[in-house]
Design a protein around this ligand. Sequence first.
Ligand code: DGY
Length: 326
Amino acid sequence: MKPTIFITRKLPDELVAPLKEKFTVRMWDSEEVAVTKAVLREEIAQVDALWTMLSDTIDRDMLESAANLKVISNLAVGFNNIDIEAAKEKGIIVTNTPDVLTETTADLAFGLLLATARRFNSAEKDLRQGGWLSWTPMGFTGMDIHGTTLGIIGMGRIGEAVARRAKGFNMHVLYHNRNRKLETEEKYDVEYVELDDLLKQADHVVILVPFTEETKEMIGERELSLMKKTATLISVSRGGIVDEVALYDALKNETIFAAGLDVFETEPIPLRHPLLTLPNITAVPHIGSASVETRRAMMKMNVEAITDVLEGREPKDQVNSLASAR
Ligand code: DGY
């Protein structure tokens, strides 16, 4: 009997084809609508491999149903949607898709910074609604990017790629990270500071830390109150790192200038969410890595990882080393 794979979202046929040549493949039939919990639970009980999206919650309870599952390959660099400890205890390998999405995600982060600080979305909305009656001296004036100070919270691969872009805009770059990175400081001319100092000094703040117990709501009312009134906040790693209630208050009361959000506590963000009533947010639907080339490259990594595990090889990009569990 061939091993069986379940893919939790409809993916392009040509990317799934190499798996179909060797294995039995079942795939959820919608690209837009996520697999239901009930179907996921049923599949997890039967399959040898699971190809998941960042929107699928694979928690301990869900993993209880796994009987033959050997690998979960997640179409994302982040893997906070999977309980990797519970997977490890059951001997299930978890893989992700780092590196290939670094530059594309940094493009989005920097683009969102430009759009937010320069108010692209309100200006375009006004134009489409017929509000452009004449050129206006102070109409849609935003904040400069060039020559200002950028604060990057989380100096991983994407942080470095954002820092490189910032240098092209003649920005001074501060960063805060769990560990200081001397090599990065030298290579990219960035300066390490404590979180509070970064928040006080930066004109623009980009959040790039992964979502963990430590980073949950790390930017709350106190942290937002340290930021300049003219500052923008860009959030592109995971929702839940910024306290959305505190962010709403800061934007509503204009204690910060604007926020650019690619990620939200609840995704999709409910249409009635208070943040969406504010003119000073720019919101996009978690599209950090969404370029055709990058998404295809990520999918190829998932195919390779699943094939490796099912054919008895060590996959690359394993996020829960099983060595100690074996
Ligand atoms: C990831 O891969 O974790 C990103 O959030 C995708 O945009």
